[in-house]
Design a protein around this ligand. Sequence first.
Ligand code: ATP
Length: 218
Amino acid sequence: MSQLHGSLPAVGVFGGTFDPIHYGHLRSALELVERLQLRQLRLMPCAVPPHRDAPSCDAGHRAAMVELAVAGEPRLACDSRELARAGTSYTIDSLTELRSELGEDCSLSLVMGCDAVLEITTWHRWQELLDRAHVVVIARPGWQLPDSGPVAQWLREHRLLDSRELHRRACGSILVEELRPLAISSTEIRELLAAGRSARYLLPQVVLEYIQAHNLYQ
Ligand code: ATP
């Protein structure tokens, strides 16, 4: 599936817990759409994460907040496929579904932060991810990529230096993009809200209103 083509349409998928979604996710998503000339970037909330404790609020609420956050920006969308699948949400299963929906002549990029890349060898069937998609790593404040070990080797073997290459293949490459650093995390937002403090201006107001209306993170 990784033969070279002229210029393929490109779609991205950004997986996360989004508990809740915030401007760190949203700004990174939009910067990637513009920089990589993606037709669309789908934010895909994980229903049952394999690698962490159960999220604070259920997947339905987290997806609803993603929907609200991207409304009005046609280049971003919420992809709720993992909510519809029973059991643990494995990214490889979502990429397999996406690949069969998009066809083989579409460049598909899985977006993840450095924190996710550092743990990639613990992901279910991680070595097959590049058979379905490219991987785009967001360089994030406070995180550094390793220079030795299996992740470093994986990066060395597949890393692209020119983002235009993403449009020439459907899958199989890794790109590391440094984006505007926004030191915002969902953990901090949950802690602020639990302490009765304001999280305003760290996430869209419409998401904050949803949180208040549903008494989340108290
Ligand atoms: P938590 O604090 O609960 O771990 P989080 O803020 O890291 O959450 P996730 O939903 O776990 O958010 O993140 C989804 C993806 O978004 C991850 O790959 C993560 O690296 C990335 N990400 C999270 N926050 C930012 C940010 N401020 N800037 C860029 N990428 C981010």
